[in-house]
Design a protein around this ligand. Sequence first.
Ligand SMILES: *Cc1c(COP(=O)(O)O)cnc(C)c1O
Length: 365
Amino acid sequence: MTTPEIPFGHWLRRELLEMTAYTPKMGDYPIRLDANEAPSLLPAEVKEAMVAEVSRLAWERYPDPTARRLRQALAKRMGAAPEEVLVGVGSDELIALLLTAFDASPVRAEPPTVLVMTPTFVMYKMSAKLRGWQVGEVPLDRDWDLSERAVTIALDTLKPRLVFVASPNNPTGNLMDEGRLCNLVESAPDTLWVIDEAYVDYAPRHQLALRQRFPNLLFLRTLSKIGFASLRVGWLTGPARLIRELDKVRQPYNLNSVGQCLAALVLERFEPELAAIVELVRSERSRITKALADWPGIEVTPSDANFLWIRSQTPGGEVFEQLGRRGILVRGFHERGGRLANQLRVTLGTPEQNDRFLQVLGECL
Ligand SMILES: *Cc1c(COP(=O)(O)O)cnc(C)c1O
Protein backbone atom coordinates (compact mmCIF):
# COMPACT_ATOMS: atom_id res chain seq x y z
CA MET A 1 0.00 0.00 0.00
CA THR A 2 1.34 3.41 -0.86
CA THR A 3 0.68 6.38 1.40
CA PRO A 4 -1.07 9.13 -0.50
CA GLU A 5 0.99 12.27 -0.83
CA ILE A 6 0.12 15.19 1.51
CA PRO A 7 -0.06 18.46 -0.43
CA PHE A 8 2.84 20.62 0.83
CA GLY A 9 3.66 17.79 3.20
CA HIS A 10 7.37 18.40 2.73
CA TRP A 11 6.96 21.85 4.29
CA LEU A 12 5.10 20.58 7.35
CA ARG A 13 7.02 20.18 10.59
CA ARG A 14 8.29 16.63 10.75
CA GLU A 15 6.89 16.28 14.27
CA LEU A 16 3.35 16.66 12.94
CA LEU A 17 3.55 13.52 10.88
CA GLU A 18 4.40 11.49 13.97
CA MET A 19 1.60 12.98 16.07
CA THR A 20 -2.09 12.27 16.37
CA ALA A 21 -4.52 15.11 17.01
CA TYR A 22 -6.01 15.58 20.47
CA THR A 23 -9.62 14.72 19.71
CA PRO A 24 -11.96 14.32 22.64
CA LYS A 25 -14.43 11.50 22.10
CA MET A 26 -17.66 12.78 20.61
CA GLY A 27 -20.89 10.81 20.38
CA ASP A 28 -24.11 10.79 22.25
CA TYR A 29 -23.56 9.80 25.86
CA PRO A 30 -26.25 10.77 28.39
CA ILE A 31 -23.59 10.80 31.13
CA ARG A 32 -20.15 12.23 30.31
CA LEU A 33 -17.59 11.59 33.00
CA ASP A 34 -14.60 11.79 30.69
CA ALA A 35 -13.24 15.34 30.76
CA ASN A 36 -12.98 16.31 34.45
CA GLU A 37 -15.41 19.15 34.08
CA ALA A 38 -17.43 20.22 37.11
CA PRO A 39 -21.00 18.89 37.37
CA SER A 40 -23.74 21.12 36.02
CA LEU A 41 -24.84 22.70 39.30
CA LEU A 42 -24.45 26.42 38.74
CA PRO A 43 -27.26 28.27 40.58
CA ALA A 44 -29.76 30.16 38.44
CA GLU A 45 -28.84 33.50 40.04
CA VAL A 46 -25.23 33.09 38.88
CA LYS A 47 -26.37 32.34 35.35
CA GLU A 48 -28.65 35.36 35.38
CA ALA A 49 -25.88 37.64 36.60
CA MET A 50 -23.65 36.30 33.81
CA VAL A 51 -26.27 37.08 31.18
CA ALA A 52 -26.71 40.59 32.57
CA GLU A 53 -22.94 41.11 32.56
CA VAL A 54 -22.60 40.06 28.94
CA SER A 55 -25.49 42.30 27.90
CA ARG A 56 -23.37 45.32 28.81
CA LEU A 57 -20.46 44.41 26.52
CA ALA A 58 -19.27 46.72 23.77
CA TRP A 59 -19.49 44.15 20.99
CA GLU A 60 -17.74 46.27 18.38
CA ARG A 61 -14.65 46.74 20.55
CA TYR A 62 -11.57 44.57 20.86
CA PRO A 63 -11.16 42.95 24.27
CA ASP A 64 -8.99 44.64 26.91
CA PRO A 65 -5.52 43.55 25.70
CA THR A 66 -4.19 43.55 29.27
CA ALA A 67 -7.23 41.77 30.78
CA ARG A 68 -6.83 44.19 33.67
CA ARG A 69 -10.00 43.38 35.58
CA LEU A 70 -9.61 39.64 35.24
CA ARG A 71 -5.95 39.68 36.21
CA GLN A 72 -6.83 41.71 39.28
CA ALA A 73 -9.38 39.11 40.34
CA LEU A 74 -6.98 36.25 39.65
CA ALA A 75 -4.11 37.95 41.46
CA LYS A 76 -6.28 38.38 44.52
CA ARG A 77 -7.17 34.70 44.42
CA MET A 78 -3.48 33.79 44.25
CA GLY A 79 -2.25 36.27 46.86
CA ALA A 80 -0.08 37.73 44.10
CA ALA A 81 0.28 41.05 42.31
CA PRO A 82 -1.44 41.51 38.92
CA GLU A 83 2.05 41.83 37.33
CA GLU A 84 2.72 38.28 38.46
CA VAL A 85 -0.24 36.89 36.50
CA LEU A 86 -0.44 36.02 32.81
CA VAL A 87 -3.79 34.95 31.35
CA GLY A 88 -4.32 32.46 28.56
CA VAL A 89 -6.98 30.69 26.55
CA GLY A 90 -6.97 27.84 29.01
CA SER A 91 -3.78 26.42 30.48
CA ASP A 92 -3.20 24.86 27.11
CA GLU A 93 -2.30 28.22 25.60
CA LEU A 94 0.04 29.03 28.46
CA ILE A 95 1.82 25.71 28.11
CA ALA A 96 2.32 26.46 24.42
CA LEU A 97 3.38 30.00 25.19
CA LEU A 98 6.03 28.88 27.67
CA LEU A 99 7.40 26.34 25.26
CA THR A 100 7.58 29.03 22.59
CA ALA A 101 9.23 31.63 24.83
CA PHE A 102 11.90 29.22 25.99
CA ASP A 103 14.69 28.57 23.57
CA ALA A 104 14.39 25.15 21.96
CA SER A 105 17.67 25.36 20.05
CA PRO A 106 20.39 22.91 21.01
CA VAL A 107 23.50 24.01 22.91
CA ARG A 108 26.65 22.21 21.72
CA ALA A 109 24.59 19.49 20.05
CA GLU A 110 22.80 18.81 23.32
CA PRO A 111 19.10 18.61 22.49
CA PRO A 112 16.95 20.93 24.62
CA THR A 113 14.72 18.91 26.88
CA VAL A 114 11.45 19.25 28.67
CA LEU A 115 10.86 16.78 31.46
CA VAL A 116 7.45 15.36 32.31
CA MET A 117 6.24 12.68 34.68
CA THR A 118 4.24 9.80 33.28
CA PRO A 119 1.38 9.21 33.18
CA THR A 120 0.35 12.85 33.15
CA PHE A 121 -1.54 15.52 31.19
CA VAL A 122 -0.70 14.86 27.53
CA MET A 123 -0.57 18.50 26.41
CA TYR A 124 2.90 19.07 27.88
CA LYS A 125 4.39 16.46 25.61
CA MET A 126 2.32 17.29 22.53
CA SER A 127 2.95 20.99 22.80
CA ALA A 128 6.68 20.47 23.40
CA LYS A 129 7.16 18.01 20.54
CA LEU A 130 5.43 20.35 18.18
CA ARG A 131 7.91 23.08 19.04
CA GLY A 132 10.98 20.96 18.50
CA TRP A 133 11.67 20.01 22.09
CA GLN A 134 12.97 16.67 23.18
CA VAL A 135 10.69 15.22 25.85
CA GLY A 136 12.08 13.20 28.75
CA GLU A 137 9.53 11.08 30.58
CA VAL A 138 9.99 9.81 34.12
CA PRO A 139 7.52 7.19 35.33
CA LEU A 140 5.74 7.93 38.59
CA ASP A 141 6.42 5.40 41.34
CA ARG A 142 4.09 2.55 42.28
CA ASP A 143 1.87 4.89 44.27
CA TRP A 144 1.76 7.30 41.30
CA ASP A 145 3.96 9.75 43.22
CA LEU A 146 7.25 11.41 42.27
CA SER A 147 10.16 9.03 42.20
CA GLU A 148 12.90 11.18 43.70
CA ARG A 149 15.65 8.89 42.51
CA ALA A 150 14.40 8.57 38.94
CA VAL A 151 13.76 12.30 38.59
CA THR A 152 17.21 13.08 40.01
CA ILE A 153 18.83 10.85 37.42
CA ALA A 154 16.78 12.47 34.65
CA LEU A 155 17.75 15.94 35.87
CA ASP A 156 21.43 15.00 35.90
CA THR A 157 21.48 13.36 32.51
CA LEU A 158 19.00 15.45 30.51
CA LYS A 159 19.51 18.86 32.16
CA PRO A 160 15.97 19.92 31.23
CA ARG A 161 15.19 23.60 30.79
CA LEU A 162 11.61 23.04 31.89
CA VAL A 163 9.89 20.48 34.07
CA PHE A 164 6.12 20.08 34.24
CA VAL A 165 4.62 18.62 37.40
CA ALA A 166 0.86 18.37 37.73
CA SER A 167 -0.15 18.23 41.40
CA PRO A 168 -2.79 16.91 41.84
CA ASN A 169 -1.82 14.91 38.81
CA ASN A 170 -4.06 13.97 35.90
CA PRO A 171 -4.96 11.11 35.38
CA THR A 172 -3.90 9.70 38.75
CA GLY A 173 -5.66 12.31 40.94
CA ASN A 174 -3.06 12.54 43.70
CA LEU A 175 -1.00 15.45 45.03
CA MET A 176 2.74 14.95 44.68
CA ASP A 177 4.69 14.50 47.90
CA GLU A 178 5.75 17.98 49.00
CA GLY A 179 9.08 16.98 50.53
CA ARG A 180 10.19 15.20 47.38
CA LEU A 181 9.03 18.06 45.19
CA CYS A 182 10.97 20.58 47.30
CA ASN A 183 14.13 18.50 47.25
CA LEU A 184 13.93 18.18 43.49
CA VAL A 185 13.20 21.85 42.83
CA GLU A 186 16.06 22.79 45.12
CA SER A 187 18.43 20.38 43.39
CA ALA A 188 17.78 21.91 39.95
CA PRO A 189 17.84 25.69 40.39
CA ASP A 190 18.71 26.29 36.73
CA THR A 191 15.56 24.55 35.61
CA LEU A 192 12.17 26.24 35.49
CA TRP A 193 9.56 24.14 37.29
CA VAL A 194 5.96 24.51 36.24
CA ILE A 195 3.57 23.30 38.91
CA ASP A 196 0.20 22.67 37.31
CA GLU A 197 -2.53 23.14 39.91
CA ALA A 198 -5.52 22.62 37.62
CA TYR A 199 -7.26 20.50 40.29
CA VAL A 200 -5.95 22.15 43.42
CA ASP A 201 -9.35 23.48 44.54
CA TYR A 202 -10.34 19.89 45.21
CA ALA A 203 -7.18 19.10 47.18
CA PRO A 204 -6.51 19.45 50.92
CA ARG A 205 -3.57 21.80 50.27
CA HIS A 206 -2.04 23.98 47.59
CA GLN A 207 1.63 24.59 46.91
CA LEU A 208 1.80 28.35 46.56
CA ALA A 209 3.93 28.72 49.68
CA LEU A 210 6.79 27.30 47.61
CA ARG A 211 6.84 30.58 45.70
CA GLN A 212 8.47 32.16 48.74
CA ARG A 213 11.15 29.48 48.89
CA PHE A 214 12.07 29.03 45.24
CA PRO A 215 12.50 31.58 42.45
CA ASN A 216 12.47 28.91 39.72
CA LEU A 217 8.76 28.11 39.96
CA LEU A 218 5.68 28.95 37.93
CA PHE A 219 2.12 27.99 38.84
CA LEU A 220 -0.50 27.07 36.30
CA ARG A 221 -4.21 27.25 37.08
CA THR A 222 -7.48 27.14 35.16
CA LEU A 223 -11.20 27.70 35.54
CA SER A 224 -11.86 24.64 33.38
CA LYS A 225 -12.18 22.12 36.21
CA ILE A 226 -14.20 24.27 38.62
CA GLY A 227 -17.23 25.01 36.50
CA PHE A 228 -16.16 27.13 33.54
CA ALA A 229 -14.50 24.96 30.93
CA SER A 230 -16.65 26.84 28.40
CA LEU A 231 -14.84 30.14 29.00
CA ARG A 232 -11.31 28.88 28.27
CA VAL A 233 -9.56 30.85 30.99
CA GLY A 234 -6.24 29.78 32.45
CA TRP A 235 -3.46 31.68 34.16
CA LEU A 236 0.19 31.47 35.02
CA THR A 237 1.63 32.98 38.22
CA GLY A 238 5.32 33.64 38.72
CA PRO A 239 8.04 36.27 39.10
CA ALA A 240 6.92 39.58 37.55
CA ARG A 241 10.09 39.94 35.46
CA LEU A 242 9.62 36.56 33.84
CA ILE A 243 5.89 37.12 33.35
CA ARG A 244 6.69 40.39 31.56
CA GLU A 245 8.91 38.55 29.06
CA LEU A 246 6.42 35.73 28.54
CA ASP A 247 3.73 38.32 27.90
CA LYS A 248 5.55 39.32 24.71
CA VAL A 249 4.68 35.94 23.22
CA ARG A 250 0.99 36.28 24.04
CA GLN A 251 -1.37 37.44 21.29
CA PRO A 252 -2.66 40.84 22.43
CA TYR A 253 -6.32 39.86 22.28
CA ASN A 254 -5.98 36.22 23.25
CA LEU A 255 -8.87 36.22 25.73
CA ASN A 256 -12.13 37.39 24.25
CA SER A 257 -14.32 39.93 26.02
CA VAL A 258 -16.99 37.42 27.00
CA GLY A 259 -14.49 35.15 28.70
CA GLN A 260 -12.76 38.06 30.41
CA CYS A 261 -15.85 39.67 31.87
CA LEU A 262 -17.62 36.47 32.87
CA ALA A 263 -14.56 35.00 34.55
CA ALA A 264 -13.96 38.27 36.39
CA LEU A 265 -17.58 38.47 37.48
CA VAL A 266 -17.62 34.93 38.81
CA LEU A 267 -14.40 35.44 40.77
CA GLU A 268 -15.46 38.81 42.15
CA ARG A 269 -18.97 37.88 43.19
CA PHE A 270 -19.56 34.17 43.28
CA GLU A 271 -16.65 32.52 45.10
CA PRO A 272 -19.07 31.06 47.71
CA GLU A 273 -21.18 29.47 44.96
CA LEU A 274 -18.05 28.00 43.34
CA ALA A 275 -16.86 26.74 46.70
CA ALA A 276 -20.23 25.04 47.26
CA ILE A 277 -19.90 23.07 44.01
CA VAL A 278 -16.33 22.09 44.89
CA GLU A 279 -17.49 21.00 48.35
CA LEU A 280 -20.24 18.86 46.91
CA VAL A 281 -17.80 17.15 44.56
CA ARG A 282 -15.46 16.49 47.46
CA SER A 283 -18.21 14.86 49.48
CA GLU A 284 -19.21 12.81 46.44
CA ARG A 285 -15.58 11.80 46.08
CA SER A 286 -15.48 10.35 49.57
CA ARG A 287 -18.90 8.75 49.18
CA ILE A 288 -18.02 6.97 45.92
CA THR A 289 -14.52 6.05 47.10
CA LYS A 290 -16.03 4.45 50.22
CA ALA A 291 -18.69 2.67 48.18
CA LEU A 292 -16.03 1.13 45.95
CA ALA A 293 -13.66 0.27 48.79
CA ASP A 294 -14.89 -3.26 49.32
CA TRP A 295 -15.75 -4.14 45.76
CA PRO A 296 -13.72 -7.16 44.70
CA GLY A 297 -11.56 -6.56 41.65
CA ILE A 298 -11.64 -2.77 42.02
CA GLU A 299 -8.94 -0.55 43.42
CA VAL A 300 -9.26 3.21 43.78
CA THR A 301 -6.27 5.51 44.23
CA PRO A 302 -7.05 8.09 46.96
CA SER A 303 -7.99 11.20 44.99
CA ASP A 304 -7.21 14.85 45.67
CA ALA A 305 -9.03 15.89 42.49
CA ASN A 306 -12.53 15.80 40.97
CA PHE A 307 -12.10 12.37 39.43
CA LEU A 308 -11.24 8.83 40.46
CA TRP A 309 -8.40 6.70 39.17
CA ILE A 310 -9.72 3.19 39.19
CA ARG A 311 -8.03 -0.10 38.49
CA SER A 312 -10.22 -3.03 37.54
CA GLN A 313 -9.33 -6.67 37.40
CA THR A 314 -11.50 -6.96 34.30
CA PRO A 315 -9.57 -5.61 31.27
CA GLY A 316 -9.93 -1.83 31.14
CA GLY A 317 -11.02 -1.77 27.51
CA GLU A 318 -13.89 -4.11 28.26
CA VAL A 319 -15.19 -2.04 31.17
CA PHE A 320 -14.80 1.15 29.13
CA GLU A 321 -16.81 -0.29 26.22
CA GLN A 322 -19.53 -1.69 28.43
CA LEU A 323 -19.97 1.58 30.31
CA GLY A 324 -20.14 3.37 26.97
CA ARG A 325 -22.79 1.03 25.63
CA ARG A 326 -24.89 1.87 28.68
CA GLY A 327 -24.50 5.59 28.07
CA ILE A 328 -21.63 6.46 30.38
CA LEU A 329 -18.46 7.87 28.87
CA VAL A 330 -15.32 7.68 31.01
CA ARG A 331 -11.64 7.87 30.05
CA GLY A 332 -10.01 4.56 29.30
CA PHE A 333 -6.27 3.95 29.19
CA HIS A 334 -6.26 0.46 27.72
CA GLU A 335 -4.75 1.73 24.47
CA ARG A 336 -1.70 2.93 26.39
CA GLY A 337 -1.15 -0.60 27.71
CA GLY A 338 1.43 -1.54 30.36
CA ARG A 339 0.43 -0.59 33.88
CA LEU A 340 -2.30 1.66 32.50
CA ALA A 341 -4.12 -1.16 30.69
CA ASN A 342 -6.71 -1.71 33.41
CA GLN A 343 -7.03 1.87 34.56
CA LEU A 344 -10.07 4.09 34.14
CA ARG A 345 -10.38 7.77 34.93
CA VAL A 346 -13.86 8.71 36.03
CA THR A 347 -14.92 12.32 36.60
CA LEU A 348 -17.19 12.84 39.59
CA GLY A 349 -20.58 14.08 38.41
CA THR A 350 -23.80 14.97 40.17
CA PRO A 351 -24.91 12.56 42.93
CA GLU A 352 -27.45 11.02 40.50
CA GLN A 353 -24.81 10.51 37.81
CA ASN A 354 -22.42 8.99 40.33
CA ASP A 355 -25.11 6.60 41.58
CA ARG A 356 -25.85 5.56 38.02
CA PHE A 357 -22.12 5.04 37.40
CA LEU A 358 -21.87 2.77 40.45
CA GLN A 359 -24.89 0.79 39.35
CA VAL A 360 -23.68 0.33 35.78
CA LEU A 361 -20.12 -0.44 36.83
CA GLY A 362 -21.49 -3.17 39.07
CA GLU A 363 -23.29 -4.68 36.09
CA CYS A 364 -20.12 -4.55 33.97
CA LEU A 365 -17.86 -6.47 36.32
C1 LIG B 1 -7.59 19.77 32.33
C2 LIG B 1 -6.21 20.16 32.67
C3 LIG B 1 -5.75 21.43 32.38
C4 LIG B 1 -6.69 22.44 31.83
O1 LIG B 1 -6.44 22.88 30.61
P1 LIG B 1 -7.30 24.11 30.08
O2 LIG B 1 -6.62 24.42 28.82
O3 LIG B 1 -7.16 25.21 31.10
O4 LIG B 1 -8.71 23.67 29.95
C5 LIG B 1 -4.46 21.76 32.72
N1 LIG B 1 -3.67 20.88 33.35
C6 LIG B 1 -4.09 19.66 33.68
C7 LIG B 1 -3.21 18.74 34.41
C8 LIG B 1 -5.37 19.25 33.32
O5 LIG B 1 -5.78 18.03 33.62
